[in-house]
Design a protein around this ligand. Sequence first.
Ligand code: PXP
Length: 253
Amino acid sequence: MPTETPIRLGVNIDHVATLRNARGGAHPDPVRAAALVASAGADGITAHLREDRRHIRDDDMRALKDATHLPLNFEMAATAEMHKIVSEVRPHACCLVPENRNERTTEGGLDVCGQHNFLTPFISELSNLGARVSLFVDPIDAQIEAAGSTDAKVVEIHTGAYHEACLGSDPKKIIAELDKIKAAAEYADSLGLEVHAGHGLTFQNVQPVAAIPQIVELNIGHFLMGEALFMGLAAAVKEMKLLMEDARSGGLY
Ligand code: PXP
């Protein structure tokens, strides 16, 4: 019987902090959310410390690292300020993303080709701090090739365009975006990179992505936090994990 590679779920808990910050107090606590998603079957915790600290804050990163037994994936822009915080927090992984102050969420992948000379030593420094570095890239061969020539061990493929296509009514667009993700995952894997994916994944669109055999981790946040309002956070995480595992074992469609 063929054995498939298991697929992990990293839960992005940024928006627990968004809700907390709306009132300025300590509730709801991202650390408590991390413990809950861990007990519901999540395989990792992801948190994005943005330059403007609009959701997760420096103390959250420290508290998450101390309190959760799951691997902590520190999403960040490639800046000296973030480098310093990584050297204190020592997360399991760092996912480098482009950051633009005015965006609502990460809008595109990192331009690894265009910033290669700057990113290469930055990635090596993070790796020397013990972090497994991941680069968030669009499903474009040139970006993946550039990622493969750095010390990064992982690429996370941006699934935002696929998410957008799923909101429309043209199945050809959905298939075209999915094909880009599949091709990018195969290419990254052929270069020896571990392949993750994320952005805009939901109960409705996760399965075709989870079925791509080279992808070993999905990072999902906004949809899970929204669904938590209706079905509870633990139930939402459990349902997402079930859908991913079903897709992986061929049970989709
Ligand atoms: N992966 C990366 C690199 C991201 O920037 C984000 C959004 O913060 C996610 C995954 C999760 O995306 P979403 O919140 O749409 O599930």
